[in-house]
Design a protein around this ligand. Structure first.
Ligand code: WQD
Length: 333
């Protein structure tokens, strides 16, 4: 059985679906702070499989011990954490507590249960502001612009140190680029609370008329059309990357993989792609740059292809269609 922390969240729920569909049994630990318990039922409807669900915090060492005593856990995929960049600037202690202490508590419980195989949800943000694209795993970590980013970099470092201290650990760090889209069933996706911070949910809420217009942050970046460039990948491709990374845990040691498409897409191209795929216009206006934004970055996706046999297969069109289907599902609830 695989334990997925944060398994009812946006990424975690898609990871659980892919694991179940690949024949794994799954337990979820989630505190439901940014998700709903009904996600468990929806996962079960999509996959026609049952999931063992635990409502709780990853820092709850007693609950973790119970989970490890109850189930024969082969590996843990650690997706639980706080992820709003702006909020992390306002409340850094909450971010370091949930993300850094959360990882420490989990690793301690794993070590006590002698479960030493871990996949960690990290972020391309750890490459920092100095890196030049494409970002490659051979580059070091750079300076992060937010406590959120620093918390991911710190956990990477602590996992590397843990791996050096005890060669029985197998740790695979997955650095996500910009996951978007939703499950093609239309039953799970991202449901940001309040006004979204990220581009894709913002676009879909403007298109749905929930928000009046999109502000495009910056039109004078040194990019082909002046707007920022990112590497957007479909969340189902990202989730498959986790399932394929499980085999990397069979050899002890620490590994890092980028999960991205290897292609940069600008904010303007994203708006155009959405309208082309859905025929729904997205009113937008240019606004000043958002502080902390980097002009352009995308992944080198070669290492994951070479070593895991993984590559992103879904195109921008599918990301847009699936996002829009999910937006309509949310609107009907
Ligand atoms: C993408 C582009 C914005 C909103 C962040 C984190 C990263 C990861 C994903 C976690 C940028 C522009 C956005 C809007 C806009 N974190 N934009 N108008 O900043 O690349 O990555 O989220 O879970 O670690 O750093 O993603 O979607 O916020 O922005 O013009 O209303 O869209 O300026 O260029 P980002 P994003």
């Amino acid at each position: 059985m695989i334990l997925v922390t944060g398994g009812t969240g946006y990424i975690g729920s898609h990871v659980v679906v892919e694991l179940l569909q690949a024949g794994h049994r799954v337990a979820i630990l989630d505190d439901l702070s940014n998700s709903e318990v009904s996600v468990v039922e929806r996962i079960e409807q999509i996959t026609h499989q049952r999931v063992a669900f635990y409502h709780g915090d990853v820092r709850d060492v007693e609950l973790l011990a119970t989970i490890f005593q109850t189930h024969a856990i082969e590996a843990v995929i650690h997706c639980a954490g706080l992820k709003a960049v702006g909020e992390s600037v306002v409340n850094p202690l909450a971010y370091y507590d949930a993300n850094v202490y959360g990882a420490i508590a989990l690793c301690r419980a794993m070590a006590s249960a002698n479960v030493k195989r871990l996949i960690f949800s990290s972020s391309a943000t750890v490459y920092g502001v100095e890196a030049t694209p494409p970002y490659c795993e051979t580059m070091g970590r750079g300076s992060c612009t937010s406590p959120y980013g620093s918390s991911k970099a710190m956990v990477e470092k602590l996992l590397e140190d843990l791996g050096s201290s005890d060669p029985e650990w197998s740790v695979t760090i997955l650095r996500y680029f910009n996951p978007i889209g939703a499950h093609p069933s239309g039953m799970i996706g991202e449901s940001p609370q309040g006004i979204p911070n990220n581009l894709m949910p913002y676009i879909s809420q403007v298109a749905a008329g929930v928000l009046p217009e999109l502000l495009v942050y910056g039109s004078d970046y040194p990019t082909p059309d002046g707007t920022c460039v990112r590497d957007y990948l479909h969340v189902v491709d990202l989730a498959k990357g986790h399932q394929m990374a499980l085999k990397s845990l069979l050899q002890p040691g620490i590994k890092h993989y980028n999960l991205g498409t290897g292609q940069g897409v600008s904010v303007k191209q994203m708006i155009e792609a959405f309208t082309q795929a859905t025929q729904v216009p997205v009113p937008y206006r240019f606004a000043p740059r958002r502080s902390g934004d980097i002009a352009a970055f995308w992944a080198s996706a070669e290492k994951a292809r070479r070593e895991l046999g993984w590559q992103a297969n879904k195109h921008l069109h599918e990301m847009m269609v699936d996002t829009w289907r999910w937006q309509q599902y949310i609107a009907q609830r």
